[in-house]
Design a protein. Structure first.
Lengths: 437, 210
């Protein structure tokens, strides 16, 4: 039974064909929050974002207002806002849609956030593989410039801002915020040692705030409608709403905006349930970097705190659903092949570790794993987690132990039988065999 | 092939966008790739010259990012997502079909220079799995047969429209867009029923945010 309703806020007007234009966006009150923000003290804006309790929607869930407040004020230095639009986490597919459907909400959020942290330069770093998001955002920025919403003395406030839309070039690691900064400075995207944190020494060694697209898209609503309004949604520790992207073996995959605290079962219901009336075998709340859960976890509230308690993370809030046709061994192997491919090579545990885990998992996929290797892999993952330079290594060490916890038998089976023998690959396809020519 | 004066001017324009010119390197490499269909030594040298850094420094960057190719791509870049979700939902079958259809493996161009096939990682469109890209534009919810039909249409020079984006041009044109995103195509329809899935239900059932 559904108890939590859908609450379209960010997505409310996505069915308006001209929403991506300035006129379309303004018809629904666009840029009114900006006008209101520019009349307030920047610290008051930071205060409201802090009070709202908004937490970063890129995966880590760090409190946004707190992050902004770490930027030293009146230090005479140039400050920068950088939007992390490098959405590449397997399973995550909500930032790219936001940019394609409503680029101006991002632009308005960028201007307000820049004003709050006293930045005169903002960068929107979009992964290169999505030209259609890049052109939409660039178009919105250009329109905003022409309308005097970006540039010198915005709306007579005395605030100046330049916004640059930047194209990446294919590297998952650039979603890690310090790797993104190196990439934006024109180098290989490799993570930096922290501290110093970006708030103190980020882009060009200056104070920098890096926020996810969806995080920034929340800002105009918080400033425009108020902290109390925002806190009606979600829980004390996880306030607000979320653009949930539900993918996988469901009848009606797509984007569903609802408060934090909705359960996976409720979301699943909106998404039409598991295809063919089947059961959820395993699911991941937000990307391949968070530990998987099973059908017994469907009634947990999707909040940062409840997911942590269940031993996983909310991550990007983009649940992937897998039904009983899927081999967990195959799924995990494929994720590790991804991490191996995307490891930047800077630190040994991740570079070598992803190589070794993948190699051993591929043996299991072909039915050649051994019982000893099941334990060796646990050890190997333990040697990587917490010992890598950045979170990519930790993420790579996540899928296997989580899968082993729930599906040990499948790994045992893979010591003698190839997974394609146990699970017919065709059964997990979403199209009928007839179109597989 | 020499880099044209137009491209050189473009490179300087991109460098001027940033407080520090070197920040421009990624889009600059996209621009030289749009002219040469790959990253050539000449392209690397021109970027180095404009930024006042060494060709070795540019090469270090160009070799790190997967979108920069060190061999000619040809007319169309075809990407098939074979990460876990897309792959298991059918991307693997799409890959097999296209690889057989084109007679090439991963990161290989067809001999006629029409297509370049790549197994790509997550394209941030998992709700539309399995996902294919043509010149990096979305071709969502693809089937093996559907993917092969796209190839046949492109071969015949017919119009192919991205499922969420503009009419397909070619690889070089997309690379140019990555350097100069104001390409006049922002009006391409980009919102589909899956992006509206929640909004549609909310409207049907009269659900609204307070």
């Amino acid at each position: 039974m559904i108890t939590t309703g859908l609450t379209p806020v960010i997505t409310e007007h996505w069915d308006a064909p001209d929403l991506y234009t300035l006129d379309g966006y303004r018809r629904f009150g666009g840029y009114e929050a900006l006008a209101s923000a520019l009349k307030q003290d920047p610290d008051a804006i930071i205060g409201q974002v802090k009070d709202s309790g908004l937490r970063g929607r890129g995966g880590a869930g760090f409190p946004t207002g707190l992050k902004w407040s770490f930027v030293p004020q009146n230090d005479g230095k140039q400050h920068y806002l950088v939007v992390n639009a490098d959405e590449s986490e397997p399973g995550a597919c909500k930032d790219i849609p936001i940019m394609m459907a409503d680029p101006h909400v991002l632009v308005e959020g960028v201007i307000i956030a820049s004003y709050a942290i006293r930045a005169n330069h903002a960068f929107i770093y979009i992964r290169g593989e999505v030209p259609n998001a890049i052109r939409k955002v660039a178009f919105a920025v250009e329109q905003a410039k022409a309308a005097g919403l970006i540039g010198k003395n915005i709306l007579g406030s005395g605030f100046d801002l330049d916004v640059v839309v930047h194209s990446g070039a294919g590297a998952y690691i650039c979603g890690e915020e310090t790797a993104l900064l190196d990439s934006l400075e024109g180098y290989r995207g490799q993570p930096r040692l922290k501290p110093p944190f970006p708030a103190v020494a980020g882009l060009y060694a200056s104070p920098t705030v890096i926020n996810n697209v969806e995080t920034i898209a929340n800002i105009p609503f918080i400033i425009g409608r108020g902290v109390e309004w925002f806190r009606q949604f979600g829980t004390e520790k996880s306030p607000g709403f979320k653009v949930w992207a539900v993918s996988g073996h469901v009848n009606n995959p797509g984007l569903f905006e609802a408060p934090l605290g909705i359960t996976m079962r409720e979301l699943l219901d909106y998404a039409g349930g598991v295809r063919g009336g089947g059961e959820v075998k395993f699911w991941l709340p937000g990307g391949s970097s968070v530990p998987m859960l099973t059908a017994e976890h469907l009634d947990l509230p999707l909040t940062y705190e409840a997911m942590a308690e269940a031993g996983t993370m909310l991550g990007t809030g983009t649940p992937m659903i897998f039904d009983s046709t899927v081999s967990v061994v195959k799924a995990v192997t494929r994720w590790l092949e991804f991490y191996k491919h995307e490891s930047c090579g800077k630190c040994t545990p991740c570079r070598e570790g992803t190589y070794w885990i993948t190699g051993v998992l591929e043996k299991f996929e072909h039915g050649h794993g051994t019982a000893t290797e099941m334990d060796t892999l646990v050890n190997l993952c333990g040697q990587i987690a917490g010992r890598s330079f950045c979170a990519l290594g930790d993420a790579a060490a996540t899928p296997y132990p989580a899968a082993l916890k729930f599906f040990r038998q499948e790994f045992t089976d893979a010591t003698h039988t190839p997974v394609d023998g146990t699970f017919d690959p065709v059964a997990s396809y979403v199209f009928a065999p007839a179109v597989a020519r | 092939m020499a880099i044209s004066e137009t491209t050189r001017t473009g490179l300087r324009e991109i460098a001027d966008r940033y407080p520090s010119a070197r920040s421009a390197l990624l889009p600059m490499l996209h621009l030289v790739q749009s002219e040469e269909n790959e990253i050539t030594v000449e392209g690397i040298n021109v970027c180095a010259e404009v930024l006042g850094i060494t060709p070795a420094e540019v090469t270090a960057v160009a070799s790190f990012y997967t979108m920069y190719k060190r061999r000619p791509v040809g007319k169309h870049h075809i990407g098939i997502c074979t990460n876990t979700l897309c792959g298991l939902l059918g991307g693997d079958a799409v890959w097999d079909a296209l690889s057989a259809e084109l007679g090439v493996g991963p990161n290989e161009p067809t001999p006629d220079g029409e297509f370049f096939l790549e197994r790509i990682e997550c394209q941030a469109a998992c709700t539309h799995a399995p996902v294919m890209t043509v010149d990096w534009e979305f071709m969502d919810d693809v089937t093996p047969r559907g993917a092969c039909e796209v190839i046949e249409k492109l071969r015949r020079g017919e119009t192919v429209r991205s499922t969420r984006g503009p009419v397909i041009r070619d690889f070089d044109a997309t690379e140019h867009t990555l350097a100069f995103p104001l390409d006049g195509l922002a009006d391409a329809p980009s919102v589909d029923s899956k992006m509206l899935a929640g909004l549609t239900i909310a409207k049907q059932r009269g659900m609204k945010a307070p």
